[in-house]
Design a protein around this ligand. Structure first.
Ligand code: ADP
Length: 449
């Protein structure tokens, strides 16, 4: 009711009262009625105006403060308040959406750069800043090709226009910093009106794997090429030989023996490759079991005596016995590989030891120690790489494939075991397999044999 009074009723009452007083009394009496009423009415509006101004000046961070009025002001102020509340809610929703977008782009493992239609940076996430060495706000508005200065990048930006649907078809792989750093794959996606998003993915691991694959294929081809060339050469020579000459028969026999040696080398290589690929792919998984270290070591010792053919003094020393858990055939082939190397790289009459012990952490240590040619320290970290050899011709001459230690490494990975290599050129080497405590049981003290 008082809204109506302060709305249109009050001015009408004032006017009627003024007219009435004027009619009954005088004009000056009417003026005395009108003046205070006018002042009160004006004050009423001034108070509301001031309230409105204070409300408008106050830009709230949280909730919008209520805005209430009386009379004509009630409707005006409440409409204003409702509208402002709607705007505030819409703003809050937008702020939340932007926050979520940013959080999302920080979570994904890719770099994200938002570009406008002129390829100028609008926004970028932390990964993009780190990888492209951008400086957040400072680089805003700067053309991205001014900051990523690889020529290939500029060509890619210019030469891959979007199709009718705004999509880009080509990707680019680039090392950043150029030639040396991280391998990054760049994609572009349409975004907003004519803008786009630059997605940057770290593909260093894929690149490394691809490079390893290429190197591996090159190494295998190279390993096979030499024996094949030798075999083909001998075959051609044999073809050109006369049948009846007795001397030719001896030469032919010698050539056949040499060809057989080359073919055996290739066969060993293929066998080792198959073992390695089965180990790497995890296809070949023998059942794990508990087995006695004593029986295991005896068996390996016998094998290596056969390999050495009595040319070395081979001794087995066990400081204790233990039950070991693992793939017995794979572990046996790993230890035999180490022993076969000891035999091949130790001159005749040399001394080879097989040592077994369990350390204070309950780990089993199996060491193959020789008095052979030894290895310079610089080679040690790379010895277990495929086809890595210190002396290629010596390895080949002794029937090596360059894969023995790579096979050992893979067998040990499957057993969570480590390989410790120590060597002094001219004095000998020692290779120790360290089996973790979880695979070792029942340590039985016994006297050294
Ligand atoms: P390979 O078939 O050539 O012996 P491995 O992978 O078994 O290949 O060994 C890699 C290289 O490590 C060998 O070529 C050799 O140079 C070196 N090596 C391995 N074991 C010994 C050892 N006991 N004494 C000296 N050098 C060794």
């Amino acid at each position: 009711m008082h809204n109506k009074i302060f709305g249109w009723l009050l001015p009408v009452i004032i006017v009627l009262m003024t007219v009435l007083v004027w009619a009954v009394a005088s004009a000056s009496a009417a003026l005395w009625v009108l003046l205070p009423c006018f002042i009160i009415y004006a004050l009423f509006h001034l108070v509301h105006l001031q309230r409105l101004q204070r409300w408008a000046d106050n830009s709230p961070k949280g909730k919008i403060p209520p805005l209430e009025g009386v009379g004509v002001w009630k409707g005006v102020l409440s409409n204003l308040y409702i509208r402002e509340q709607k705007l505030y809610k819409r703003d809050a929703r937008q702020r939340q959406a932007i926050k979520q977008f940013r959080r999302l782009t920080e979570e994904i493992p890719d770099g994200v750069v938002v570009l406008d239609k002129n390829n100028c940076i609008d926004w970028c996430n932390t990964k993009a800043q780190e990888w492209l060495e951008l400086e957040g706000n400072k680089d805003r508005g700067v053309p991205v090709h001014n900051l990523v200065r690889a020529p290939d990048f500029l060509t890619w930006l210019n030469e891959d226009p979007a199709d009718d649907a705004g999509r880009f078809s080509r990707t680019l792989v680039l090392r950043i910093p150029e030639n040396s750093g991280r391998a990054c794959m760049f994609f572009r996606l349409p975004f907003g009106k004519k803008g786009h998003i630059l997605l940057i993915r770290d593909v260093s691991d894929y690149e490394k794997a691809a490079q390893l694959r290429r190197d591996f294929i090159a190494s295998v081809s190279h390993e096979l090429k030499t024996p094949l060339t030798v075999i083909v050469g001998f075959l051609e020579t044999i073809q050109d030989m006369g049948d009846d000459d007795v001397g030719n028969k001896d030469t032919r026999q010698r050539y056949i023996t040499l060809m057989q040696q080359q073919a055996s080398g290739m066969q060993r290589l293929v066998e080792d490759l198959l073992i390695l690929s089965a180990l790497e792919s995890g296809q070949h998984r023998e059942e794990e079991q508990w087995f006695s270290s004593a029986l295991f070591l005896r068996q390996v010792h016998e094998n290596v005596e056969v390999l050495s053919q009595g040319k070395h003094n081979i001794v087995l020393k066990e400081s204790c016995g233990a039950e070991l858990f693992g793939m017995v055939n794979d572990l046996s082939s790993a230890l035999t590989n180490l022993l076969s190397n000891a035999v091949r790289y130790t001159p005749e009459g040399g001394y080879i030891e097989i040592l077994f012990s369990v350390d204070e952490k309950n780990r089993a240590l199996m060491t193959v120690r020789d008095t052979g040619i030894g290895i310079a320290e610089a080679h040690l970290p790379r010895l277990t790489e495929r086809f890595y050899r210190v002396d290629r011709s010596r390895s080949r001459a002794s029937g090596g494939t360059g894969l023995g230690l790579a096979i050992v490494k893979h067998v040990l990975i499957q057993h969570q075991a480590d390989l410790l290599i120590q060597s002094t050129p001219g004095e000998g080497s020692s290779f120790t397999i360290i089996l973790p405590a979880t695979r070792v049981q029942k340590v039985i003290q016994r006297n050294t044999a």
